[in-house]
Design a protein around this ligand. Structure first.
Ligand code: 15L
Length: 267
């Protein structure tokens, strides 16, 4: 990997990866829809709306690998999801194919499978079970990655990110937290592992309360260094009572409960 592009580089994960990947590859190209901090040594800075194909073609020119964080990062209107996470996503993959990109590491999400119950342990082979329009768009990204891997030979790793941050912020996040250094390790596996063709992994630390069987990540060499458990007592003592029963029962939490109108739950 000579030149690696990070889309959505101005967001929380993008800003963190900008630091943790600094100097790892000869050039990091950092792109966002909005203006971001100016380029330093070994960096190129770009401003692109991924809904604009001609701009995306310029954004990916000369790039070997893409870490795609761009688009909408939570539940939103269908129009915004369509623009950023369906049309924009397609533009990145198709322009990447045209430009000869070898690898795409995709920030998919726990919300692609967020309607699984919290008493279930799920692995990378479960059917998608999105909890929101946003989750559907992440399932779409995994399907698009499969197509571009099978048909065009692009190596794809979809990282179903849990909740990224320096520490877990509530009870649900104790099960899905990922630390900056653990996510950096996973992203590097996605870009650098010699055998990746199509892989789905969970972007979570080694959390004692995890809902995931992340054996596929471990098979690829992932050795997470962090666990939310030492923070559990403090997090639980600050947890407000009275969450929606659907939010409490489902892995996606409020993403599953918002707009919920089923008269009985699906198992
Ligand atoms: C996500 O996919 C979002 O991008 C992030 O903002 C959080 O909401 C996270 O999931 C989560 O589930 O906590």
């Amino acid at each position: 990997m000579q030149r690696v592009l990070i889309t959505g580089a101005g967001g929380g994960i993008g800003r963190s990866l900008r630091e943790t990947l600094r100097g790892v590859y000869p050039v990091l190209r950092l792109s966002d829809r909005v203006a971001i901090a100016p380029a330093r040594d070994g960096e190129e800075v770009d401003q692109t709306d991924i809904g604009d194909m001609a701009a995306v073609q310029r954004m990916v020119a000369g790039v070997d690998g893409i870490i795609h964080l761009g688009g909408i990062s939570g539940e939103n209107t269908w129009e915004n999801i369509l623009h950023g996470n369906i049309i924009g996503l397609y533009n990145v993959f198709e322009a990447g194919r045209q430009a000869g990109v070898k690898r795409i590491v995709m920030a998919t999400s726990n919300h692609a499978v967020g309607f699984y119950r919290r008493d279930q342990t799920i692995d990378h082979n479960v059917m998608v079970r999105p909890d929101s329009r946003y989750g559907v768009s992440k399932a779409f990204s995994e399907a698009l990655g499969s197509l571009y891997s099978d048909k065009h030979g692009i190596g794809f790793m979809g990282v179903r990110i849990g909740n990224f941050g320096t520490h877990p912020i509530d009870k649900r996040r104790l099960s899905i937290w990922v630390s900056p250094r653990d996510l950096t390790q996973l992203v590097r596996i996605g870009l650098e592992h010699p055998d990746i063709r199509y892989e789905i992994v969970y972007g979570v630390s080694d959390n004692k309360r995890s809902w995931y069987d992340n054996s596929n990540a471990y098979r690829l060499g992932y050795k997470p260094q962090d666990d939310s458990e030492p923070q559990a007592a403090q997090v639980l003592s600050a947890e407000p009572p009275g969450a929606h029963p659907v939010a409490e029962a489902r892995q996606g939490g409020t993403f599953a409960a918002d707009e919920y109108s089923a008269d009985r739950p699906r198992d």
